[in-house]
Design a protein. Structure first.
Length: 408
């Protein structure tokens, strides 16, 4: 039994006026009050700065939010940073140091990153406010006359001390600061807001694809349909621990015949993912039950794989939130995920999914779901309702109103 929402794919558009109306049709969300409340921010000129438009959860969230901002009366632009591979390599290293205290960045590398940052070419002057996602645009926007909104999409509570002290003054200079959760940052001064990421049910990626249509995608990738399918969706990045997923899968397969699908892509700013993808292919070489799919920007195929999978896994070593989990829960799929970072914000153990600590506990949780259809249905139903209540884009749009009131 499936509890997700079936919507024919032809009904989805990039027309945000249509989609705003569909929020009520799809999931019972009233939008007239949202339109009324956004009149207070009408005309605000906002430039949203990100590292790229594709391949990451940040770009997915921001792309949808930007569209709705415009439909609700703001003059919102979305600009992605253009820079060299060296800049993005340094940025990735700094991201790791912000997330993990044991990661290091040399003084020379920080100095070079700052030099690159001041040469970034994005519009810091033609707007009332800049919406800076993570650390990439903080230095370049330092002297902008516009109001500054800083949104951190990572859990940086355990940041390397030197890196934290370097970025802290830039963060505190912003007029509004956004984190996913109060536990995700060290002590800071400023106007701090908490907004978890969200999904937009009015997109192809968040469609529950009918089984007969999803089976066509399985056929395309030659994935068998006569045994259970375990799927992980995410960048091919070491922090997603796809190697650990393979280890857990092999434990499960020793008990139950099954297939594993690892589906994902590469974000421009994530310079580690291509090397991880190559290493992953070697690790799985010769295993006919493992399917590694590099499917960038193919949202319908991702949705189909999630919809037809018997269980979704997200065995991350670090995860600020995990939108792939949100997508799976919305499709009423049972989920097994690591007890790290922001994952427990979504996965309430034995209620909306099962949490795990390592490959063995991940395998045990996968087996428990595969051996109990009743458990799978209960977790799927609860997960779907939990996303409806907490992590749909309408809630994120409402929470941004407080920020716009703060800066205007």
């Amino acid at each position: 039994m499936i509890f997700g929402v079936y919507i024919p794919v032809k009904k989805f558009y990039n027309n945000f006026m249509d989609n705003l109306a569909k929020l009520q049709e799809v999931c019972g969300i009233g939008t007239s009050r949202l339109r009324q409340e956004y009149k207070a921010a009408a005309g605000l000129r906002l430039n949203i700065i990100t590292a790229g438009r594709y391949g990451s959860g940040v770009s997915e969230v921001i792309g949808r939010v930007n569209g709705y901002f415009n439909e609700l009366g703001l003059c919102s632009n979305w600009e992605n940073i253009t820079a060299s591979d060296e800049f993005f390599t340094l940025s990735k290293k700094i991201t790791n140091a912000l997330c993990f205290s044991y990661e290091t960045v040399s003084d020379a590398e920080l100095k070079r990153f700052a030099l690159f940052s001041r040469e970034l070419d994005f519009d810091v002057c033609g707007y009332d406010a800049l919406y800076l996602n993570d650390h990439l645009g903080l230095i370049a926007a330092e002297y902008s006359p516009a109001k500054k909104i800083y949104r951190c999409h990572f859990d940086i509570s355990g940041a390397n001390r030197k890196i934290w002290e370097f970025f802290k003054p830039y963060i505190e200079s912003c007029d509004a600061i956004i984190f996913t959760h109060p536990s995700f940052h060290k002590e800071l001064k400023g106007n701090i807001f908490y907004i978890p990421p969200s999904i937009d049910p009015c997109t192809v990626k968040n469609t529950l694809v009918p089984r007969d249509e999803a089976l066509k995608v399985l056929k395309e990738f030659q994935i068998p349909t006569d045994k259970p399918i375990i799927t992980q969706v995410g960048r091919f990045d070491k922090t997603k621990d796809p190697f650990g997923v393979i280890d857990a899968f092999r434990f499960v397969r020793a008990q139950i015949p099954c297939s594993l699908v690892l589906a994902g892509g590469h974000a421009r700013e994530d310079t580690d993912s291509r090397a991880s993808f190559d290493a992953l292919q070697k690790y799985a070489a010769g295993d006919a039950d493992i399917f590694i799919l590099a499917i960038d920007k193919q949202d319908y195929k991702i949705a189909a794989l999630q919809s037809v999978s018997d269980v979704i896994v997200q065995k991350s070593l670090s995860e600020s939130f995990g939108l792939a989990i949100t997508e799976a829960l919305w499709k009423a799929r049972p989920v097994v995920a690591s007890d790290v970072g922001g994952i427990p914000l979504q996965i309430k153990h034995d209620k909306t999914g099962l949490l795990c600590r390592d490959a063995k506990t991940c395998a045990a949780a996968l087996l428990e779901i595969l051996q109990s259809p009743a458990l799978a249905r209960r977790l799927g139903k609860n997960g779907h309702e939990y996303v409806r209540e907490h992590f749909l884009i309408s809630a994120e749009l409402e929470k941004h109103l407080d920020i716009f009131k703060c800066i205007t």
